[in-house]
Design a protein around this ligand. Structure first.
Ligand code: GDG
Length: 453
């Protein structure tokens, strides 16, 4: 019997419309091919259910596990999101280090490994996602699981100079080497990973293969994509955004859509928009920045800090530039339904995607998919988004350079139609070539043959 696909990630979709890059992408992937998705139920309880709890059987099987309050804190809030997330986004200065959290992280990985070992048949392929489960394959091997196990890291790989800041850095090579295939978002991440692993005793073989002690594994980039037609249809079906926003049809709209996270460069963006307004000419049409930023990880201190910083900045820019009938920055800290979001993308004359570090950034791709090809808007994209490797027809910016970003906003809003169309054609071709089906198929084919070629 052909083996099944077992996907493991921290979050699994509940019955509401999925949001968050990883969940959106995997939902699309599993919807098409079936399988089992195992993840955290989101339930924090003193008496977790034993084994896996069925959540749904259609359109694919979903099974969850619970965490105790101590596990939720040590594994999720502290180690995954306060130690690994900042380190992997080149913000070692924001890391909190705690030995108990490191131990809990490993113990939760062992617990999840035992649940998977009980579920997996000998021919099943296991596909593990993201930084919550870096050591999962190592833990699975300790349970005697010899199946093919692949890993995909959705966020950037840390720089070789930052890795020593992680007290557990000596375990990294054995965690990674326990996988058969390690997928990263970009070529830049693959080189970072090779550097880190070589520095820590792994040996480079041919064709992207590496060796650490008795294990061989492969590293390669698989840039994640979106379901382009699905997003384009959502934008077609969306209602009149001018009415939703109460905007005049001629008014320029600049859009930002990000989880409220310090890696997304939202303060730099507000500063750049402030600079754009400050240097504005009297004959320029009025432009509004609409920033949608659903809250994220609010139990982590660094996320409360960024929230306060943004409120203060939006207040300052608005205080300086607002008129009786106009608020320059409209800052919305809540989740907006996808149908409305797609209409906002379509309406926006320019989209600001300005992360300081980002694995890929699906928002950039969704914006391109949502455009009307006859009158497309302009994508302004940070060099530091993984998407920059593919979307070089965007207006590329250095998000640290406020002047550069401000000039890009002006260039986008005054770009002639023929240039907008030419750039859009190139961008849409890029996102169609590497869409979500390409990502899933290419990764899973590579996992199925890992070790044999
Ligand atoms: C991680 C990596 C990588 C956002 N606000 C709303 C909303 N969203 C949706 C977007 C998009 C998703 O959430 C965000 O995806 P991103 O890729 O931009 O960013 P992360 O959440 O940080 O994802 C990232 C990704 O994993 C996949 O590998 O690209 O680099 O950090 O789909 O549309 N959706 C709705 N309302 C909102 O207010 N409905």
């Amino acid at each position: 019997m052909a083996g099944r696909l077992i996907v493991v990630s921290n979050r699994i979709p509940t019955d509401s419309a999925p949001s968050g890059g990883l969940v959106v992408a995997l939902h699309d992937a599993l919807k098409a091919r079936g399988g089992i998705w195992i993840g955290n139920s989101g339930k924090v309880t003193d008496s977790p259910a034993e084994g896996l709890t069925p959540i749904a059987d259609e359109p694919y099987r979903r099974r969850s596990f619970d965490l105790t309050p101590a596990e939720h804190k040590g594994f999720y809030l502290d180690y995954a999101n306060s130690t690994l997330w900042p380190l992997f986004h080149h913000r070692a200065d924001l890391m909190t280090l705690d030995q108990d959290a490191a131990r809990t992280y490993w113990e939760v990985n062992r617990k999840v490994a035992r649940l998977i070992a009980a579920e997996a048949g000998p021919d099943d392929m296991i596909w593990v996602h993201d930084y919550h489960f870096l050591p999962l394959a190592r833990a699975l091997r300790l349970e005697g699981v010899e199946n093919r196990v692949g890993f995909f890291l959705h966020i950037p790989f840390p720089n070789v100079s930052d890795v020593p800041a992680l007290p557990e850095n000596k375990y990294l090579p054995e965690w990674v080497a326990a996988y058969d295939l390690v997928g990263l978002q970009t070529v830049r991440d693959v080189s970072a990973a090779i550097n880190v692993l070589r520095e820590n005793g792994a040996e480079m073989l041919l064709k992207g293969r590496m060796k650490f002690r008795d294990r061989q594994f492969r590293l390669a980039s698989f840039p994640i994509g979106i379901d382009v037609d699905d997003f384009a249809e959502a934008a077609d079906a969306a209602g009149d955004a001018d009415r939703t926003l109460r905007l005049d049809p001629g008014e320029k709209l600049v859009l930002g859509v990000d989880r409220l996270d310090y890696s997304k460069g939202i303060p730099n963006r507000f500063a750049a928009f402030g600079e754009f307004l400050r240097t504005g000419q009297p004959d320029e049409p009025r432009a509004t920045l609409l920033q949608i930023a659903p809250p994220s990880r609010e139990d982590v201190e660094a996320y409360r800090d960024i929230r306060e910083e943004l409120e203060e900045m939006a207040g300052r820019v608005n205080g300086e530039h607002a008129e009786l009938d106009w608020t320059p920055i409209r800052y919305i800290r809540k989740n907006i339904p996808r149908e409305i979001l797609a209409g906002l993308y379509r309406r926006a004359d320019a989209m600001l995607v300005t992360p300081l570090a980002d694995g890929m950034n699906l928002v950039a791709k969704e914006y391109v998919a949502a455009q009307d090809g006859a009158d497309p808007g302009v994508l302004i994209l940070s060099h530091f988004a993984g998407a920059a490797e593919q979307l070089d027809a965007a207006l590329m910016v250095n998000p640290y350079d406020i002047g550069d970003t401000s000039r890009a906003i002006r260039a986008a809003l005054s770009m002639p139609e023929h240039e907008r169309i030419a750039r859009h054609l190139s961008l849409i071709a890029a996102i169609r070539e590497h869409d979500i089906d390409w990502w899933t198929t290419t990764y899973l084919d590579a996992l199925a043959t890992a070790g044999t070629i």
